[in-house]
Design a protein around this ligand. Structure first.
Ligand SMILES: [Zn+2]
Length: 158
């Protein structure tokens, strides 16, 4: 069947930067609900619409079409004493942005008494090359459509 609104699409993907440096390789297919549910990037949905199992493509996306531009206001330096003990580089903290939305901050650096946090997506500001291979397309169930995500193997578990 062809990829259309309310199909569950299984996809192998690789993400690299434009120099070809591999950033992520899906070892197993990811499954997403097609049709503007925000399960994957709109540009990926656009490229796959109407295609079927076996289709492969490579997309080069600018940051604004991938994980967004960097927002330097999300880079913050906070005194270390405000954190619980055991904070370390590579850790994550959840905070709130000015609009009250929850933001995941990555601990970038700890220098003396200060901690440098970055609330940007790690891939924000990067142009990325996606290599996609469709491995399966099936109709989504009514329950999946109601939940706006795919269930089952490699899908959403709850
Ligand atoms: Zn669900």
């Amino acid at each position: 069947m062809n990829i259309d609104k309310d199909t569950a699409v299984s996809l192998r993907f690789k993400v690299a930067d434009l120099d070809g440096k591999l950033i992520e390789d899906s070892k197993t297919p990811m499954v997403y609900l097609h049709g503007g549910y925000g399960n994957t990037l709109p540009k990926i949905e656009e490229a796959l619409a109407g295609k079927t199992t076996g289709y492969q493509t490579t997309l080069e996306l600018q940051p604004q079409d991938a994980f967004g531009l960097r927002d330097e206001s999300l880079v913050q330096t906070i005194p270390k004493k405000q954190f619980p003990p055991g904070i370390k580089v590579g850790g994550q903290l959840e905070g709130r942005g000015e609009d009250g939305k929850s933001i995941v901050f990555n601990v970038m650096k700890i220098k003396g008494d200060t901690v440098l946090l970055d609330g940007n997506h790690p891939l924000a500001g990067k142009a990325l090359r996606f290599t996609l291979a469709v491995t399966d397309v099936r109709a989504a169930s009514a329950e999946e459509i109601a939940h706006r995500h795919v269930h089952g193997e490699h899908g959403h578990h709850h």
